[in-house]
Design a protein around this ligand. Structure first.
Ligand code: ZN
Length: 487
């Protein structure tokens, strides 16, 4: 019997197959948003078993296991690594039509060459075979980056991180460049003064300057932004329920900041106004340096109080909010645009109902100025994110983008993952993309022109992101051969 994951998985037409195998499959990966550990890459971590590399921190799997009646001890608790894996294997047959079913088998196939469907009966066999390869093959953190042809990868980092691991990776001169991403969500926490003040102590140490006022706070943040830039960072990221764009003067923001420093929590209204000032400040920092800003909008976090108290945040109790706020997104982009300080921006929505509204919203801010040529695709409608990162969600995002903007200028996929087992997400996306185009050709809605479509596919897989983000890549064997001046 043919393996479930076969060469033409998800590819339904002749053109889909030609586009995927001829243009998409061979492209390298530029994983511009992830939550991988730079420390794991710096030390070239060797994973001791399948549980370590596959289940640790994976809240998608925990949610499925809980829904399947598995006790918490086998998800986040202290069951042994094999017991946890076995609990997952028992759950897999119940994940039919959940994207986990596809991902699980794609990952087993691409990392370990295992083509069988995982369940309780073959769990021990899969465990032994995968562990043997993890312990004795090239499947270390860096070996995996090489295997999947990852040319650059961006982690997500707090401005207070010293980035020592990034420096160590750079010194090792790996083929895959690893860059930090500036994610200053903690700078907005004036409504939680205790956490905020602890974080400012860290910021003082990291920036080696005293934060005695609002202006010295902004200076410290700018110093960290400069430091990230010096290490090659070219992206920032913000995880927000919605954008902040409430008018507020600097003096008012300084008053709210000073109150928080003395332990007085900002009201909801004060938080909105203060966050608006900070987000404009961060926008200007990114624009000045030619960075790309990412806005992840619309998650409703930690909705289960008992789980939050017992297990902490990021354990699988976040959900899709009502909307990521279209009017506020436009207002924020508009404030920056009016002062000519709108950076390249990627907007990601979590609520699928926002697809068309967000895709249309970004189209209003593509123009740089009357005089200058704009950057192609300056404001991007980002790849399907989190609950939407599955076949239907990817197709919906591609359709909304195609119908309101330019698919050909899309910078494509990212893993957004905490696991080194997630690189086949790029393959999955590429198959969905090629299948969508191939089906359009079969319907007569796109021309039967392999070269035209293939060029677009290649660009979406890698080249658009390379040009748009401006991250420095390590020379490859091919680029080394090119004559000087043609890099
Ligand atoms: Zn993320």
């Amino acid at each position: 019997m043919m393996d479930f994951i076969h060469d033409d998985f998800l590819l339904h037409t002749e053109m889909s197959r030609r586009l995927y195998h001829g243009y998409a499959a061979g492209e390298p990966i530029l994983d511009y948003h992830s939550h991988l550990s730079a420390g794991d890459i710096a030390e070239d971590r060797r994973f001791q078993n399948l549980s370590e590399i596959w289940l640790e921190g994976d809240h998608y799997k925990w949610r499925a296991m809980r829904a399947n009646g598995i006790a918490e001890g086998y998800c986040t608790g202290d069951a042994s690594p094999y017991e946890k894996f076995l609990a997952w294997a028992r759950t897999v047959p119940y994940t039919l039509r959940n994207p986990l079913f596809h991902w699980t088998h794609l990952e087993l196939k691409r990392y370990f060459g295992i083509g069988e469907l995982l369940d309780e009966n073959n769990a021990k066999h899969v465990w032994d075979r995968a562990n043997d390869l993890l312990l004795h093959s090239e499947l270390t953190a860096r070996g995996i980056l090489t295997r999947f042809h990852v040319r650059a990868l961006c982690t997500s980092d707090d401005p207070c991180d010293d980035l020592a691991q990034h420096t160590a990776i750079r010194a090792a001169d790996t083929e895959c460049r690893v860059y930090p991403t500036f994610r200053p969500d903690n700078a907005l926490l004036v409504h939680l003064p205790e956490t905020f003040n602890e974080w400012i102590h860290r910021l003082e140490r990291a920036s080696n300057r005293q934060v005695s006022s609002f202006s010295s706070f902004l200076e410290a943040l700018k110093q960290r932004h400069d430091y990230f830039h010096a290490l090659g960072a070219r992206l920032s990221d913000h995880g927000l329920p919605h954008c902040y764009a409430t008018p507020c003067g600097d003096a008012e923001a300084a008053r709210i900041f000073a109150n928080a420093r003395t332990g007085k929590a900002a009201s909801a209204d004060e938080h909105q106004r203060y966050a608006s000032v900070l987000m404009l400040f961060f926008g200007r920092l990114d624009a000045e340096k030619g960075w790309t800003k990412q806005l992840h909008l619309g998650a409703l976090r930690a909705v289960n109080t008992r789980a939050l108290l017992e297990l902490g945040p990021n354990t699988g109790f976040d959900t899709i909010g009502d909307s990521g706020g279209v009017a506020r997104l436009c207002a924020y982009l508009d404030l920056l645009d009016r002062e000519r300080a709108l950076p390249k921006t990627i907007v990601y929505n979590l609520n699928p109902a926002d697809n068309y509204a967000f895709a249309a919203a970004v189209g209003n801010f593509q123009r740089d100025s009357f005089q200058d040529a704009s950057i192609a695709g300056k404001i991007q409608f980002g790849s399907a994110w989190w609950f939407l990162d599955q076949k239907e969600g990817i197709e919906s995002q591609l359709n909304a983008l195609s119908n309101t903007g330019l698919l050909a200028r899309f910078i494509g996929m990212l893993t957004d993952s905490r696991s080194f087992m997630s690189f086949p997400r790029h393959e999955y996306f590429r198959r969905v993309l090629c299948d969508l185009l191939g089906r359009d050709v079969e319907n007569g809605e796109l021309p039967d022109d392999e070269k035209l479509l293939g060029t677009m596919v290649r660009n979406i897989c890698f080249e658009n992101a390379r040009q748009y983000l401006g991250l420095e890549l390590a020379p490859t064997a091919e680029t080394r051969k090119e004559p000087a001046g043609r890099t």
